[in-house]
Design a protein around this ligand. Sequence first.
Ligand code: HEM
Length: 486
Amino acid sequence: MFSSCDWFTGSARFKPSEQVKLPIVGSSGNFTSYFGAMKWISKANSILHEGYTKHKNRAFKIAQLDRWRVIISGQELIEELRKAPDDNMSLEEALGEVLKYSLGQQLLDNTYHIHVLRTQLTRNLDSVFPDVKDEIMTAFEEIIPSSDNWVSVNALETFMKIVTRVSNRVFVGLPVCRDPEYIRLNMEYTKQVVKVAILVALTPCFLRPLVGRLFSPVNSGVSCAMKHLGPMIDDRVRKYALHGSAYPNKQNDLLSWLIEKAQGSEQEARNICIRVLAVNMAAIHTTSMTFTHAMFHLASKRQFIAPMREEVENVIKQDGWTKTAMSKLHKVDSFLKETLRFTGLSSLSISQIALQDYTFSDGTFIPKGTMVSAAAGAIHHDKGVYENANTFDGFRFSGFREQDGENLKHQMVSTSHDYLSFGHGRHACPGRFFAANELKAMLAHVLLTYDFRMEIDGIRPLDTGIFANTLPDPKARMLFRRRIVQ
Ligand code: HEM
């Protein structure tokens, strides 16, 4: 039986799998565990569901090509995992396992950009909202013109372009956020990093550095980003050095916030570009796939359209297009949260690697070097956790929010041990407040501006499962036309 990371020759720091004394789900013999690991690529969701059904609220292990992964569920274990200190259980280490080869070690060694997202980006949501709204209106009108005739578009690609523009209005500002080459760079960079990460996961450990060197998109991505951002960064760094943080005509965007927080060589334009690309990577695919999933649900379950339109019209009439208005869109928020519950992007969450041997309070022993994750997808579809869990109920959470004292708990951004789409705890997604705001504004705009339907009317396209991810059909098309108000 293979040990963690002995996919041909593993790293010595990982202990043999026999020390992970847990029930196995899937195959277990020497040959069959590799077979089981191959099955993980296309059948991860059903393997996880089987494991959860048999071992709910406890731990089990599954075979992956390079290691065993321990899967946990239940309030106690999940709360314990999220509270475990970073020098015991590490997200960076888990991400670094593959991303260090595709994305580079520098981002993992210094994560100040995450702090910037948690603080400046989130605090500035109010002040950047007019830009977000302006970019949503302009991008939609240019990319999906609201004509009297139906216009057919590839949904995922179209939404990704719009999300890239809108996000980058706040990341780097005008005019770069509208530059087609810059948009393509950010869309392709992410795809390339994910492809290389998958290639790395399928490669024997000793060859991984070589695969990273040959295929990592970092150098070419940074060269292209420098063309668009380099002179702007140099100019801002100069002004910042001369006048301090309140220099004249300072733009209120991620680029400025990064420059202010960067220390030493991190202030060099090339290094700032690496951070901007990394934030785009975390933001664009997650947000655009979530929006695509939501639109596929909405176009195939049309009963949710009229109540959300009414809500948006009422709230905008009262508060205008503002961040405050977005926080009052309870039905829209609920619909997006239900999308993340029902078709979450990943069936796993809060993945961490044990940096030291760790024993959970129920006695589950996790040897150093073991990857541990929570069974998010299975929890989200557990009838014991969510009533009618296998039914998409767009207003499930807005209903709860009407009850006394329940308002905040059921917001899209509120994480918990049974809602894990943004992770949970210290490392919960730092961009989720921005993402929720952007997604709500986009959905509200679409509801008021367009009539829309699936190309095959009323039928939600099938999702694709790869590893533990649930991706919306990348080929599916949607039709849009100017909304006819009845
Ligand atoms: C609907 C959209 C999004 C979803 C579903 C999502 C989901 C997640 C999840 C599940 C994690 C891992 C948390 C954990 O393991 O505990 C994460 C981490 C992260 N997300 Fe998001 N995310 C979204 C949007 C964004 C956006 C818009 C940004 C940036 C503006 C962003 C930046 C990040 C970063 C930097 C991390 C790593 C955090 C760390 O290492 O501590 N995400 N996200």
